[in-house]
Structure formats: structure tokens, C-alpha cells
Design a protein around this ligand. Structure first.
Ligand SMILES: NC(=O)c1ccc[n+]([C@@H]2O[C@H](COP(=O)([O-])OP(=O)(O)OC[C@H]3O[C@@H](n4cnc5c(N)ncnc54)[C@H](O)[C@@H]3O)[C@@H](O)[C@H]2O)c1
Length: 338
């Protein structure tokens, strides 16, 4: 397989590149290195033998076109993006240009020069809006649906909230439409929380890594100022460890005939679901500390409950997540203690 990974120096991209290199596949990384930590990930990939890096901007049609024309990849894992809801509110235009224009640049380059190339795109659970139709119960540490259920499947109506939701959602729909209208081999993955090593988590994005870091720093310095939790902390996500995300990307390409033109919810599943409060309680117990934090108002359109129903992915691309949340959090603590 010859794989081109846009955003290949990012968190998910660098893990995917490392896994493909270990399998002896040919990997080309395209990245602007805009994200804090991307240069470190690139150096790590180079130490693993990755020798084809293209420093380019996904917004630049010429950069993308030249790359696709010269690399002629079998598959593009399109992961380059503006990744945070909060920063999309500060600059909706930048968010639009990176996520929508950047994705059109990828689609157009493939349509014109390498129409057989598969594209697997990282979309978001934000395409489902607030999920107001869920009948939620508020328990002591989390929200959960009144009726026991596996999670949210792909039949839920899409509704784009926030500039980030709009830009990820627009690109998501373009991906699907290029399969319908132009016969391209595109696949869409809708993720919520991905976590694990090589993520440079920030206040704006990567909450599992961010809170693990806050807890580790609180242990070293018990006098440290309180950190913040947006909303009541009972919002639930299913944690998808990056190793499972990587396997999903590879599985989509392996099963491209079944996957093409389809969107999949890809997450850790109900058994790996956790609220923010539950993560904080887990970290207090694990590290033997008492955490000091303050509540801030809810973030815009923060879903109270999102857990992916992975059934469609299991059926069509033979993928299920394997890493338990407990193991994954251990891995993240190790990474955040670096
Ligand atoms: N991590 C998650 O929890 C999560 C959840 C849902 C969706 N996603 C999506 O998955 C993809 C990968 O996420 P990640 O967590 O690895 O993010 P990341 O920020 O670590 O990686 C994104 C990479 O894209 C690069 N990039 C940014 N702007 C660029 C541009 N204009 N041109 C070229 N490269 C550019 C960055 O330098 C970075 O290396 C993103 O599209 C994100 O929206 C991630």
C-alpha cells in the first residue's frame, strides 16, 4: 500500500504512519506543522524510517495537486484539519478554509489525477448537533439515555452546530457526494474522543490527555491553582484509543469495496464510555490525590451524551475497538508524564 497521510505529523496521523511503517508499507506525510507538537512527531517518524515528508498547506490547491500527482497514492488518509470547536469560534474563516477548502482540494486532486485512490476522512460527532432527541437521565456522575441502548448510530439526522461542526460536516458531505456523483472511493469516519500517546493535548482539544496532565501536575504540586471543567462534568463520551483508531483506518482501506460512499460512527463503544467527572474520580484514585477544579459555563453545543454505535463498522469493515478505557488511560498517563 502506498499511503499519503495529510496531517500525518499530528496525533492520529503520526500513530497511523508509525503503524504502516512497521508493516512495511510506503508512507508519505503531508503536513504544515501548524499544530504544537507536530515537529516533534515528525522527528519521531523520521527516527522510525519515514523518509518522505511534504511540507505543505492543505488550503493550497497547488500544494495538494502536486502531491497527489507525484505520489499517486493508493489511499489518502485525510486527517489534516483545524481540530477545535473553541478555535473555530475565534476564526470561522480559518476553520472553513482548512476543513472545507482543504478537503475539496484533496477531492478535486483525486478526481482529476488519481480517481481510483481511496480517501478515508476524519469527521466528527459534531455533525449530529446537540442530539436533543435523546431522552437523558441525570445520574450522580453522568448523563445516560433512559432506554438502555448501544449508542448513536448513523441514522440520526445530521445537524451542524458551531463553525467546527459546519466545516467538518460540510467536508463529510462532500466526501460522500464525491462517491455518489464522481464514483470516488471515499469513506467518512465520525469520531468523538480519540486519546493516547503522541497527542499534544490542549485546553481546547484532547480532554483525556489534558485532564491526565492536570492530575499529574497536581500530584507534583498540590498547591497548584485549580483547573477548569466546562459544564457540570457529567457529559459522556466513548473513549477511542488511538491504536484502535489506526486499525479502523487500515480496515476501511482493506474493505474499501464495502466501505466506499459510507459514513461510520467510530468510537470506543458503550463499555468505554466515561464522563469528565468519572475520569477525574478515576485519576484521583489512581494517583492518590484530591483534584482542585472550578466549573465554567457549558461550551457551545457540548453534547451531554455521545457514544458511538459501532455496529455498522463491525459489519462492513470488520472492525471493533479492543483497548479498554483503563488500559488506555494508563497509556495516556505514561505519555503525559514524559
Ligand atoms: N483527536 C480527536 O479526538 C478527534 C475527534 C474527532 C475528529 N478528529 C479529526 O481527526 C483528524 C486528526 O486529528 P488529530 O487529533 O490527529 O489532530 P492534530 O491537530 O494532532 O493533527 C492535525 C494535523 O494537521 C496539521 N494541519 C493543520 N492545519 C493544516 C493545514 N492548513 N495544512 C496541512 N496540515 C495542517 C497539523 O499540523 C497537525 O499535524 C482531524 O481532522 C480532526 O478534526 C479528531
Amino acid at each position: 500500500m502506498k499511503a499519503l497521510i495529510t496531517g500525518g505529523a499530528g496525533f492520529v496521523g503520526s500513530n497511523l504512519a508509525a503503524s504502516l511503517l512497521a508493516k512495511g508499507e510506503s508512507v508519505v506525510v503531508f503536513d504544515s506543522l501548524a499544530r504544537h507538537g507536530a515537529s516533534e512527531n515528525l522527528a519521531w517518524l523520521r527516527s522510525l524510517g519515514m523518509d518522505h515528508f511534504i511540507h505543505g498547506d492543505i488550503r493550497n490547491a497547488f500544494d495538494v495537486e502536486q502531491t497527489v500527482k507525484s505520489v499517486k497514492p493508493d489511499v489518502i488518509f485525510h486527517l489534516a484539519g483545524q481540530v477545535a470547536m473553541t478555535t473555530s469560534m475565534e476564526s470561522p474563516r480559518r476553520d472553513f478554509e482548512i476543513n472545507v477548502l482543504g478537503s475539496i482540494n484533496v477531492l478535486e486532486a483525486v478526481r482529476q489525477y488519481t480517481p481510483k485512490t481511496a480517501i478515508v476522512y476524519a469527521s466528527s460527532n459534531k455533525v449530529y448537533g446537540n442530539l436533543d432527541h435523546l431522552d437523558l437521565v441525570e445520574a450522580a456522575t453522568r448523563y445516560h439515555p433512559r432506554d438502555a441502548q448501544k449508542g448513536v448510530d448513523e441514522s440520526v439526522a445530521i445537524e451542524f452546530h458551531t463553525p467546527y461542526g459546519c466545516s467538518k460536516g460540510a467536508a463529510d458531505q462532500y466526501m460522500l457526494d464525491y462517491a455518489r456523483g464522481f464514483g470516488l472511493n471515499t469513506v467518512v469516519f465520525r469520531h468523538s474522543t480519540i486519546y493516547g500517546g503522541r497527542q499534544f493535548a490542549t485546553y481546547d482539544q484532547g480532554w483525556v490527555g489534558w485532564f491526565c496532565r492536570q492530575a499529574i501536575e497536581s500530584k507534583t504540586d498540590p498547591e497548584r491553582a485549580a483547573f477548569t471543567v466546562s459544564g457540570d462534568g457529567k457529559q459522556v463520551r466513548d473513549l477511542l484509543h488511538v491504536s484502535d483508531a489506526v486499525n479502523a483506518y487500515i480496515s476501511a482501506y482493506k474493505h474499501i469495496d464495502a466501505a466506499r460512499g459510507q459514513a461510520f460512527n467510530i468510537g470506543g463503544g458503550i463499555e468505554n464510555s466515561m464522563s469528565l467527572l468519572e475520569l477525574l474520580l478515576h485519576l484521583e484514585k489512581r494517583l492518590g490525590i484530591k483534584l482542585k477544579y472550578k466549573h465554567l459555563p457549558w461550551r457551545q453545543s457540548d453534547q451531554k451524551f455521545f457514544v458511538a454505535d459501532n455496529s455498522k463498522a463491525e459489519r462492513l469493515i470488520q472492525w471493533v475497538p479492543k483497548m479498554s478505557k483503563e488500559q488506555g488511560i494508563e497509556d495516556t498517563i505514561a505519555w503525559e508524564s514524559r
